[in-house]
Design a protein around this ligand. Structure first.
Ligand code: FES
Length: 164
């Protein structure tokens, strides 16, 4: 494995951010049992966890990259791609699905020009689906960041997005 130093990890990696990640690893004493917490903190610092950052963490913790990647890919809250400024979660739980959740996804895909799991080119929105966001009585529902939108119909999407 190539030696990755915080000063030359890759052209995309901010050295400051890698230094902060290295500090987090030190704080957690590089213990493999703390890997999830370290990855959480690293994602907060870097925004997402690309392979270069995973390699950096693995090297600093003296564990294999596959061990790190295994955890990153297992948990849906870790992302290997840059995320948008705002995350749109369309509920696909049973109530929302039955009452038009799929149409919301299709409408958003059309307006934003992206597929599920993708981020708009301007880096503003990431589009994802969720299981149930606790608004079943007013389905279909969606969330943008922490704001829940209930009884959404596709005609309302443009005006909802324009708030961001
Ligand atoms: S099923 Fe969509 S909010 Fe519960």
């Amino acid at each position: 494995m190539n030696e990755i130093q915080s000063s030359n990890c890759c052209s995309d990696c901010g050295n400051d951010q890698l230094e902060q990640i290295a500090n987090v690893i030190d704080l957690y004493q590089a213990k493999p049992s703390n890997l999830i917490q370290i990855l959480h903190a690293s994602q907060q610092i870097y925004g997402y966890l690309p392979l270069d950052v995973q390699e950096f963490i693995a090297q600093k913790m003296n564990i294999s990259v596959s061990e790190v990647s295994g955890v990153v890919t297992f948990y849906s809250f870790f992302s290997t791609k840059p995320r948008g400024e705002h995350t749109i979660l369309v509920c696909m739980g049973t109530a929302c699905y039955v009452r038009g959740g799929k149409k919301l996804v299709e409408g958003l895909q059309k307006i934003l020009g992206i597929n599920l799991g993708e981020t708009t080119q301007d880096g503003k929105f990431t589009l994802e689906i969720a299981r149930c966001i606790g608004a079943c009585g007013l389905a279909p529902a969606m969330m943008i960041d922490k704001v829940v939108y209930k009884s959404v119909n596709p005609n309302k999407l443009e005006s909802i997005l324009s708030k961001y």
